[in-house]
Design a protein around this ligand. Structure first.
Ligand SMILES: [Zn+2]
Length: 323
């Protein structure tokens, strides 16, 4: 079974720990991906909102992005033949035919835009194909998820709507994981293309504001989008510190029932989560695939593991005809 995982934070880990993609002590490296059966991986450049102290200097999210992007390009070059940057569906197909894993570059936290619309195009030209609009802080695009109802109801800012329009024009995937519920509904209202929640779970099963309500899951599905199930224990089961395969299955099953078979995908959040995991790392994803295969027919397992995410890329990438 080939896998397409919509979110990991491995690049920041490589940056902070001076380790490489080829082999490291984290959740995800090339060896583990090859063992797990990776077809494609979304690699997020996660940007801490307050920036990062590096060599005595505080790097703003935008500066940090440049640094991690250089690391990313270096890694892609050094590991050419095993993994390759992927900007179009045609590239993905070519990599698949050559037995090379596809890397889709994403950015987590639109704060790096700093209110400058031209930066969306700059990201696009640097190969970024998905943007997680917010992380857990207010930014120039919108507001984050919150346990406080007033905060959670906050919608997108004016600049946020402009960003959506520009992303749609260029052909980038909008990611609403971490976004406020008000922001989510703004995206749902104006988006003409599918959008995703790259790493979120079902709120009905675990009442955490990072998770999606039934209405949100249905709206994602209605737009042709997907939700990537997150392996983080506290999103799967309240107050849990350990993720079992069964916890992931419970959310997959529920989301299939509520949103349908076209709307569920994988969004591990590997290297971004610190809980204990029954799937210790990417290399053990086979345990999840086996459990899915035990429960569902092959075509459905394929949809969850890969085909649904592929379809969203196909529908979102590529510029609008008027460009
Ligand atoms: Zn995240």
């Amino acid at each position: 079974m080939k896998l397409f995982d919509l979110h990991c934070d491995t690049l920041l880990r490589c940056y902070l720990e001076n380790c490489g993609l080829c082999r490291n002590d984290g959740h995800l490296d090339l060896e583990k991906m090859e063992r797990g059966g990776a077809l494609a991986q979304c690699f997020a450049i996660f940007l801490p909102f307050e920036g990062l102290l590096r060599d005595g200097r505080r790097l703003r999210p935008y500066e940090l992005f440049q640094d991690i992007h250089r690391l990313y390009e270096r890694e892609m070059e050094q590991n050419a033949g095993r993994i390759a940057p992927t900007r179009t569906l045609q590239e993905l197909k070519a990599h698949q035919a050559a037995g090379v894993i596809s890397s889709v570059l994403t950015v987590e936290d639109g704060a790096l835009l700093e209110g400058r619309l031209e930066r969306v195009k700059e990201l696009y030209e640097k190969g970024v194909r998905m943007l997680t609009l917010t992380w857990n802080y207010d930014n120039c695009i919108g507001s984050p998820n919150s346990a406080k109802p007033v905060e959670h109801a906050k919608g997108l800012k004016l600049f946020g709507f402009q960003v959506l329009e520009e992303m749609e024009r260029l052909g980038m995937v909008v990611d609403v994981s971490h976004l406020s519920e008000g922001g989510f509904w703004d995206v749902a209202r104006v988006s003409r293309k599918p959008f995703v929640a790259s790493h979120s779970c079902a709120r009905a099963l675990c009442d955490h504001p990072r998770n999606l309500t039934d209405a949100q899951l249905r709206a994602l599905a209605d737009h042709g989008g997907v939700v990537g199930v997150n392996y983080n224990a506290e999103f799967l089961r309240c107050n849990s510190k350990r993720t079992c395969v069964d916890d992931i299955l419970r959310h997959v099953e529920y989301m299939l029932q509520v949103a349908g078979s076209d709307a569920v995908a994988l969004g591990s959040d590997f290297d971004g989560i610190t809980c204990e995991l029954e799937l210790a790392d990417y290399g053990e994803t086979g345990k999840l695939v086996q459990a899915l295969a035990h429960r569902y027919p092959d075509f459905l397992v394929e949809k969850i593991c890969c085909q649904n995410a592929l379809r969203v890329l196909k529908d979102c990438l590529g510029r609008r005809n008027d460009q």
